[in-house]
Design a protein around this ligand. Sequence first.
Ligand code: FMN
Length: 386
Amino acid sequence: MTLMQKYPRVRDLLPLAKRRLPPFVHAYLAAGTGAGEAVSRNEQRLAQIELLPVFLRGRVTPDLSTSLFGKTYDLPFGVSPIGLSSLIWPGAERYLARMAAKANIPYALSTVAGDSMEAIGPVAGDNGWFQLYAPNDKVIMQDLLSRARNNGFSTLVVTADVPGPSRREDMARAGAPIGSRNAMSLTPRVFWQSMTHPTWALAALQNGGKFRFKNLEPYYDASSFDNVTQFIGSQLNGSLDWDYLNEIRAAWDGPLILKGILNGQDATRAVAAGVDGLIVSNHGGRQLDAVPASIDLLEAIRSSVGPKVPLLFDSGVRSGLDIARALAAGADFVMCGRAFMYGVAALGEPGPDHVLAVLKDELENTMVQLGLERLADLPTALSRQS
Ligand SMILES: Cc1cc2nc3c(=O)[nH]c(=O)nc-3n(C[C@H](O)[C@H](O)[C@H](O)COP(=O)(O)O)c2cc1C
């Protein structure tokens, strides 16, 4: 049986991902915050978007290529930044970057990724974006940006929607050591969970057996886990404001995207500050459980910023059909977080290629069923957004 026969949808990978990951790692990937309502709402509100086909158009051959900031990508979607992806599956950053370069889609490497921009930049080629959590220390910010530029990252994604850590109760209950005082330490519970998930533990061991924030290691003494926690707590915790955004804009001469914008007021101000695009995102429902589904905010943000500003979208996308729905609802480009990570968690190295194949096939098929060849025509298919 081929992977496509066994796992024809991203959701078919979820049980395998859950089985293979130690519970604290699975919780890190899957968790929302509070009661998990924002995570469900993201998915449900996308599912409620209906699209209306037109027929008798003969053979339909969709063109899925999309231009963004002067570059043409083969597909209208990319990979959202995921912190510590190599905790979820060792080597994840490399596997995702390799897939993105081959498929010609963007891959956003997180500030708090496990692997470094020096290692991943060359793998991602000109498909690498760098996601910045603005550190308190602006010398570090300048250094991160020059390293990103020197390692070939074309586009900067500045994340706006983490003003402080979120509670993520499911992670605490699963025994995740991250975020607790003894962050990343090998508690007996973590040890036990790792030993009872040997494929993951073995892959982790082969990858060095240690969870590291390699992008940040030049800035602290990484020999002790306490230093890591202390550094992250003091540097990446609510430092971003509008003045700081201006400084980042001045320091980065390439395309700059602000990620996590949810209201028209912030969107308008960001565009006035010289931001080139926005990601309408609620961080996959991981920060505030009361937040509206991000799909429901696209229309208001579009009317605030006008037709020209590229609006990217993420949060809740699990299929190529969802990608079509987001494009129909007004997004110019779509980013996928968990969808790709469930693939890596379930399948390891072949995961990203498989998820890509599924999403692409579903999107292409959706276009054929709708009778559309151009992605730009998707809004004409929007039937109802209840
Ligand atoms: C495990 C995990 C880690 C994440 N880490 C980051 C991060 O380091 N930086 C960031 O901007 N967003 C981060 N996000 C948010 C994603 O970039 C993206 O906005 C979110 O996953 C989209 O929702 P989806 O997972 O439903 O597609 C993370 C999300 C997950 C699931």
